[in-house]
Design a protein around this ligand. Structure first.
Ligand SMILES: [Zn+2]
Length: 336
């Protein structure tokens, strides 16, 4: 069984429909009826070329069948978050996108598993939309790793995480709105340099602030892209914690003691990186995730895991399916 827990969708919303979010800069999809290729737009500007598996569930299932993927967890493309706008219209927008996600998954309810989005800029609304989404049939929520200058240790964001822990709502944290600004204008540097750093920042915000001490251990939280730079830099963080009291001031335990508090996906594209990730996180904390259907995702979903002979059959099965079944509560979908 193969469950890909990191994939995206984007509904076919027109520029006119998206104007409810923002008159000139809202994201929408330029994909005429029947077209195989399309373009995510931001206002009048092209943002990313895409193809029909992003919006057409039938095209997606065809590809999943061809790749031997049984179940795919799918969530918004981060440009859809709307965190930069007023919370109230974004709550309406999030509800609409969540409904469209349910619609996208409905024809294949046992194979396409939706995650919701929330208006994270307002904690009360975010909690409300998350709970509503769960009641409506979403299996969890995807959030961005930060909210402008606020990282995951922000009091409001911690309250949201506590809400998700108490209400058994699994979370996928996705990097977005990348740091670096004008220094990363070319060569997709925001995706190659800033994204892994954003994810590292998200994880360290929870560890070093002591937020994990205040959030129930029942929280199921997963960081995308193998947790970004985290696994490779954990030794550096532990060493710093050991030798500088300003790093210990809010964080009572050695940072590496917190790795059991979160999961990561397997989207690291390199055998050595996957080995390090499994060594650092433990095999039960790593889930197959491809970042489908984008060019920076794993093009042969699960190939990296499948081709590692240092992973035994049971460990591969954990990464492929068992960990995600537990994490998202997919038991009912996989019963024969
Ligand atoms: Zn992604």
């Amino acid at each position: 069984m193969k469950i890909d827990m990191h994939s995206h969708f984007f509904p076919r919303i027109t520029q006119g429909e998206a104007a409810a979010l923002h008159a000139t800069h809202a994201p929408w999809l330029h994909a005429p009826e029947g077209a195989k290729k399309g373009q995510i737009m931001r206002g009048p500007d092209p943002f990313r070329p895409v193809y029909d598996a992003l919006w057409d569930p039938h095209a997606r299932i065809e590809e999943m069948d061809a790749q031997g993927v049984d179940i795919q967890v799918t969530c918004a493309t981060p440009i859809m978050f709307g965190y930069e706008y007023d919370a109230e219209p974004v709550a309406v927008w999030a509800q609409r996108m969540n409904d469209l996600a349910l619609e996208f998954c409905a024809p294949y309810a046992k194979r396409l598993v939706p995650l919701a989005q929330v208006p994270l800029q307002n904690v009360d609304l975010a909690c409300k939309v998350a709970s509503q989404a769960k009641a409506d049939g979403h299996y969890g929520v995807q959030i961005g790793n930060h909210l402008g200058d606020k990282d995951l240790d922000d009091e409001g964001l911690v309250t949201f995480l506590q809400h998700c822990a108490e209400n058994h709502i699994p979370l996928l944290v996705h990097p977005w709105d990348m740091m670096g600004g004008n220094r990363m204008k070319k060569w997709m540097l925001p995706w190659l340099v800033a994204m892994p750093a954003e994810t590292q920042l998200g994880i360290l915000s929870l560890i070093l602030s002591g937020a994990f001490e205040r959030i129930p251990e029942s929280l199921r939280i997963c960081f995308a892209h193998g947790g970004g730079a985290f696994a490779f830099l954990l030794g550096r963080v532990d060493n710093a914690w050991q030798h500088r009291d300003i790093i210990r001031q809010d964080c009572p335990r050695r940072p590496s003691e917190y790795v059991k508090r979160f999961h990561v996906d397997s989207a690291v594209f390199d055998p050595g990186a996957l080995k390090l990730l499994v060594d650092v996180m433990g095999v039960e904390q790593v889930m197959l995730g491809s970042d489908y259907p984008f060019p920076l995702g794993e093009q042969q979903i699960g190939h990296l895991v499948a081709s590692q002979d240092w992973l035994n059959t049971k460990e591969k099965d954990q990464i492929y399916a068992q960990n995600a079944i537990e994490f998202f509560g997919l038991q009912a979908l996989v019963k024969v």
